[in-house]
Design a protein around this ligand. Structure first.
Ligand SMILES: [Mg+2]
Length: 258
């Protein structure tokens, strides 16, 4: 018997299942995910933009986390599901050189209807952002793969996509629509794909603000794990509070009753 009202388990990856993007599994998590999947469908939901979907999926498969590419949800997969239907599959793409294969469906066209921000911009200069600024100024729709503030890269905290989106918003006056966690675009897309309601999702992660508190605010169950970037003060730092706090995903099957 699994926990009533929960029909889909969404798991963050970096800091929740693995120690870093493409890093080693956190102890007990591979076995836990296998056990959960016997009772409930699972999605691996990340805001990572530096590794393309196929390479990330291969890595997670090799580690034993998944057998099905559909289980891995990245902001790029959400973009590919949402933007074409809105007539926004054409325009300016700002992406990591190593992750461009995720955007084969997006036609680069300086006069297109959309600007898609898909990189934290560490390899860009201000001049590279000018075409996007001009297009936004002229009325193009603005999408950001996610709006995280910073992330940990080789042990250092560095700025993420959010500050680059803020730069373009400040200049153009146009807000970016978020395609990553914790946007309703992402969770509604995940819910529709799995045939559940958003309120029937549990989101589990190490980011107390964007994985957990924001999910609870959207009517979902949000579980914080004490792994990855978790710090003890995080459990009470954001409102609404986590639905539960667990030592790691290894404890999740017990909590779910799977
Ligand atoms: Mg994380």
């Amino acid at each position: 018997m699994s926990r009533p009202g929960i029909r889909l388990v969404c798991l963050d990856i970096d800091g929740t299942l693995t120690d870093g993007v493409l890093g080693p599994p956190i102890p007990g998590t591979v076995e836990a995910v296998r056990r959960i999947r016997k009772g409930l469908p699972v999605r691996l939901v990340t805001n990572t933009t530096s590794v393309p979907h196929p390479a990330l999926w291969e890595d997670l498969k090799r580690k034993g986390f998944t057998e099905d590419p559909q289980e891995l949800v990245t902001p790029a997969t959400v973009a590919s599901r949402v933007l074409p239907g809105r007539g926004h599959a054409r325009g300016i793409l700002l992406a990591e050189p190593g992750a461009r294969e995720d955007f084969g469906w997006f036609r680069e066209d300086p006069k297109g209807t959309a600007v898609l921000l898909a990189t934290e911009g560490h390899s860009l200069g201000i001049a590279d952002l000018q075409p996007a600024f001009r297009r936004l100024f002229d009325g193009a729709a603005f999408y950001a793969l996610q709006r995280n503030r910073y992330f940990r890269k080789r042990g250092e905290l560095v700025t993420d996509l959010g500050p680059v989106a803020a730069f373009l918003t400040y200049a153009s006056g146009r807000e970016a629509e978020n395609l990553g966690k914790p946007s309703t675009l992402l969770f509604d897309s995940v819910a529709e794909d799995a045939g559940v309601r958003r309120s029937e999702i549990v989101m589990v992660g190490d980011d107390a603000e964007f994985d957990v508190s924001a999910s609870v605010a959207l009517g979902m169950t949000g579980i914080l794990v004490r792994t990855g970037k978790f710090r003890p003060e995080d459990a009470a730092r954001f409102t609404p509070r986590p639905s539960a706090v667990l030592d790691s995903v290894a404890d999740l099957p017990g909590w779910l009753g799977t």
